[in-house]
Write a protein that binds this ligand. Structure first.
Ligand SMILES: CC(C)(COP(=O)(O)OP(=O)(O)OC[C@H]1O[C@@H](n2cnc3c(N)ncnc32)[C@H](O)[C@@H]1OP(=O)(O)O)[C@@H](O)C(=O)NCCC(=O)NCCS
Length: 184
């Protein structure tokens, strides 16, 4: 099982806590940050409290649970964003990832650095397949997953009724064998 904190040169990742709430709510309410995400700009402190209270302590293979990791900067401990990890319930050792950064911390390689640590950590503890699902219009997210070596597995066209319109969804995936340079 993944253990925390995960550390990189610039970042520390560990499960989101109550002390993260105000910064977490502030960036989730930013229209540009919420645009391609499941929540909307009316996301509230109460929503955040409920999410944090319901968090599992760890994310176990096959659990079906989501764990939201705070991405904090080493320099001052501030919350740059979060990485979400979802252990699929229907397949063992299969995890979906999501990433969100506050606008002020975007464009510095922080999402890539944070996800790279989670990807490496998950493969270290036996993950078989990692995936991400992004709105087809979300170019920054596509760049991040492609840059980390995720394959574009496909596009489900006009498959999702999302914020008042049909949206297309891209799936990105990376196998342990691919990441470690092995053959299928
Ligand atoms: C998706 C999201 C996290 C991507 O953020 P991002 O800042 O573009 O990604 P990174 O932090 O990896 O930064 C990469 C950018 O920083 C630049 N950069 C600057 N310094 C860098 C460094 N030291 N190392 C690497 N990249 C650096 C890169 O060139 C790249 O810029 P480019 O995209 O113009 O080429 C962000 O757009 C976001 O939070 N969106 C809202 C939430 C969302 O939709 N999430 C996706 C759901 S899965």
């Amino acid at each position: 099982m993944l253990t925390f904190p995960l550390r990189t040169e610039r970042l520390v990742l560990e499960p989101l806590e109550h002390r993260d709430r105000d910064a977490f709510v502030a960036y989730r309410r930013d229209p540009a940050v919420a645009r391609w995400q499941s929540w909307d700009v009316d996301w509230s402190a109460a929503d955040a409290d409920a999410l944090i209270a319901a968090q599992p302590a760890a994310v176990a293979s096959g659990s079906g649970e989501w764990l939201q990791l705070a991405v904090r900067t080493v320099s001052d401990g501030s919350l740059a964003g979060d990485v979400a990890v979802h252990a699929h319930a229907d397949q063992p050792d299969t995890y979906e990832l999501g990433v969100t950064l506050a606008a002020a911390t975007q464009g510095r390689g922080i999402a890539t650095e944070a996800l790279a640590a989670v990807v490496a950590g998950l493969f270290q503890v036996g993950a078989h397949r990692l995936l991400a699902v992004t709105d087809a219009r979300n170019t920054p997210a596509a760049r991040v997953f492609r840059g980390l070596g995720f394959r574009h597995e496909g596009r489900a066209v006009d498959a999702d009724w999302f914020k008042g319109e049909w949206s297309s969804l891209d799936t990105w995936a990376l196998l342990r064998l691919e990441a470690l340079g092995g053959d299928r």
